[in-house]
Write a protein that binds this ligand. Structure first.
Ligand code: GCW
Length: 691
């Protein structure tokens, strides 16, 4: 399945006379030429490839409908150069678009910029050939636009081939090694390049035995994978184990301050760059969920990250060091330990100690990719650290690609969240948002930029993502990584337009209807009011209200006959609210100003507590679960009604998943409503069935 690049989506471009004036020996330019060649061959247009040095006359340019050129090649005192203004952006990947007379000109600042400019035209479709527009520049907000794969080389006995993967096996690995046939990887690279992704990590952050050897014996295969991503402007990264000097290298220690350990990493990195000259760097999960780390040697995470950063520095590589560090073996009887506090407790004292080629990779929330969490206070606490925000495109806690849950609104809300502002009703204009911190624009002007990282939802499934509609999540993430201020609805529209280019308007309406509010619908029938983890332990699918209540994982809701929720206040609870900057530390502290949707994350309240919405906590659960489950039935019916208007295999796959969503949503509905009734004794005021 071609996802958002079916042949038809390239038709408006393929029907034109296109001139590409750029050096074809650049692999990304070669991709641009190949795209244009294929599209024009298919749709009847024509392509001319000119040397970048050829000074083109105005007539030569005007003889084409579309001109694709690099900025440096356009400095001759002729068109299209005279349009070049001073305000050319500097970020790699930037491009300008101009339309005069019958010619649309795309100027790439560099070869990725040319590729992104090409796909800008593809997205615009026929509209790209209408009217005159002055030169307009487009620059990515984030330098880092990355996807992490949690793919294992070996099939893991519990987690399988892809940890938290809901789309079949890995596109990289099969039968315990890197696949011979990597054609899916080539297609994937093309798709990602078309939406501006520029970095991929190809193995799980939980690094097991075989995977640790990608760094050594596996390098020729890593190089094969890098060769397939390079033409799309994407650099390959590896997740590495902090204990590799011992487990792979045979040293007696992995102490980051040990000179032999430092020399070992320096030598490994040199080998990696021999094999992959444009290697991106490492991703590291250390001292987390059993992964080794610097704590074993009494060192901190700055020592650990800088060890790897210094090895990578001479080659221009980056360390993505994850802040997902907490005690996963806590005692549920101990009410003072709060998992939500852990990342801030560990990392905020280290601000300013990380080398400039370290990016601290912070999950958006303080616990773990739940449907609803506050933003992580770590994001506000590290002004002297490059920081990337990590999202989860793979739907571990949001329906596992069985439920249609489009996460664009969730991500947009997180990215727009004002870390400093006037209060819960909205930020002060000019206040720093999560997106500003990730982009690096909140810091000093010379601050090194970072961006967004997400866990990919792709596997070897025919539709790539298991649920075909989950492709919209991958698309939306990539486009938000380019521009976090983009309206998610517009991005969904783009995705629909590209993926279903010939569809009847009713198809577009149906897709919007099923997806627009799907995140809130999912929230409605699953975990209420910011409480999380009411899922089946282990695989995390389906309801289990008390499943995690007496486990070591630090994920409790403390429901009893009187009430529910976690007291994280400074006054009487764990003090987590104190990790937030003003005004949030006070807004969250006070039950009267805490937003409803986060109430149970911050407070333990009686079942009868009345929300801002005017209903009690108990009644809120009764209502939202009933209504959320009912909406899944309406969505399934709406989808049935467009049978025959989208490809049959795709229609069938979505229909099968929507049916499972209906079943599962009713299971959630009935368990949650019944749980609340049995614990609180409060009846549902509407008299609907509780069991
Ligand atoms: O959400 C949790 C997952 C783990 C994952 C971990 C992490 C890769 O349940 O499967 O491990 O987060 O982000 O490291």
């Amino acid at each position: 399945h071609p996802m958002w690049l079916p042949d038809e989506a390239l038709r408006p471009l393929g029907e034109r006379r296109v001139l590409v004036a750029a050096g074809i020996d650049d692999p990304v330019v070669a991709t641009v030429v190949a795209e244009v060649r294929a599209a024009t061959a298919r749709w009847g247009g024509a392509v001319t490839v000119a040397s970048p040095d050829a000074s083109l006359t105005g007539d030569e340019v005007r003889g084409h409908d579309v001109v694709l050129a690099l900025v440096p090649s356009s400095t001759a005192p002729d068109e299209p150069t005279r349009a070049l203004a001073d305000d050319v952006p500097t970020a790699s990947g930037s491009f300008g678009v101009l339309r005069e007379g019958a010619t649309t000109t795309v100027l790439g600042l560099d070869s990725p910029g040319l590729l992104y400019g090409l796909h800008h035209l593809v997205r615009a479709g026929a509209a790209a050939a209408e009217g005159d527009t002055p030169l307009t520049w487009y620059a990515p907000t984030n330098d880092v636009r990355m996807l992490d794969h949690w793919d294992n080389v070996d099939v893991h006995p519990v987690m399988g081939q892809v940890e938290r993967g809901y789309a079949g096996g890995s596109i990289f690995y099969a039968d315990g090694r890197v696949r011979e046939d990597l054609s899916r990887v080539a297609s994937y690279g093309r798709l990602l390049g078309s939406v501006g992704i520029n970095a991929v990590a190809i193995n799980n952050v939980n690094v097991h035995r075989t995977e640790a050897r990608l760094l050594t014996d596996g390098l020729p295969d890593v190089a094969r994978i890098a060769d397939l991503f390079r033409p799309h402007g994407i650099r390959v990264h590896l997740s590495v184990s902090f204990a590799a000097p011992m487990t792979v290298g045979g040293l007696p220690t992995s102490d980051p301050l040990d000179p032999d350990v430092q020399a070992w990493w320096a030598a490994r990195v040199a080998d990696v760059y021999d094999a992959v000259p444009d290697f991106g760097g490492f991703v590291v999960k250390a001292d987390s969920e059993g992964q080794p780390g610097p704590f074993a040697y009494g060192r901190d995470h700055a020592d650990g990250a800088n060890l790897l950063a210094r090895a990578l520095k001479p080659f221009g590589g980056t360390v993505f060091w994850r802040a997902f560090v907490y005690d996963h073996k806590q005692d549920w009887r101990d009410r003072s330990t709060d998992r939500a506090r852990a990342a801030h407790d560990h990392f905020s004292p280290l601000d300013g100690r990380f080398d400039d080629n370290v990016v601290l990779q912070v999950k958006y929330g303080p616990t773990d990719f739940q449907t609803r969490e506050p933003v992580s206070p770590v994001i506000a606490a590290m002004p002297r650290t490059r920081l990337a925000v990590e999202l989860q495109v793979t739907q571990e806690y949001t329906g596992q690609q069985k439920h249609a849950v489009w996460l664009g609104p969730q991500w947009s809300e997180i990215l727009r969240f004002p870390l400093s502002g006037d209060g819960p009703d909205g930020g002060r204009p000019g206040g720093r948002t999560v997106a500003d911190v990730a982009a690096g624009t909140a810091g000093p002007p010379d601050a090194r930029r970072a961006g967004l990282v997400a866990v990919s939802n792709v596997g070897d499934d025919a539709f790539w993502t298991g649920h075909p509609l989950a492709q919209a999540n991958l698309y939306t993430f990539a486009r938000l990584a380019w521009d976090p201020s983009a309206d998610p609805q517009t991005l969904l529209d783009e995705w629909i337009g590209l993926t279903f280019p010939d569809a009847d308007p009713v198809v577009r309406e149906t897709l919007h209807r099923v997806l627009d509010d799907s995140w809130r619908t999912y929230e409605d029938y699953t975990a209420p009011l910011g409480v999380g983890f009411m899922v089946r332990p282990g695989h995390h699918y389906g309801p289990d209200v008390d499943g995690y209540e007496y486990t070591p994982w630090g994920t409790y809701h403390f429901a009893d006959r009187d009430g529910i929720g976690v007291d994280r206040t400074r006054a009487t609870g764990t003090g987590f609210t104190g990790q937030f900057p003003a005004p949030w530390r006070d807004a969250y502290e006070d039950v009267t100003t805490c937003p409803d949707e986060l109430l149970l994350f911050f407070h333990h309240v009686p079942w009868s507590h009345v929300l801002h919405s005017g209903v009690s906590v108990a009644q809120h659960v009764y209502d939202t679960h009933w209504e959320g489950a009912a909406r899944t039935v309406e969505n399934a019916a709406a989808w049935d009604a467009i049978a025959g208007q989208v490809p049959a295999d795709l229609h069938a796959r979505v229909a099968e998943r929507l049916a499972e969503q209906v079943r599962s949503a009713h299971e959630w509905r009935d368990q949650l409503r019944t749980y609340v009734f049995r614990h609180s004794g409060i009846p549902d005021a509407t008299g609907r069935t509780v069991y």
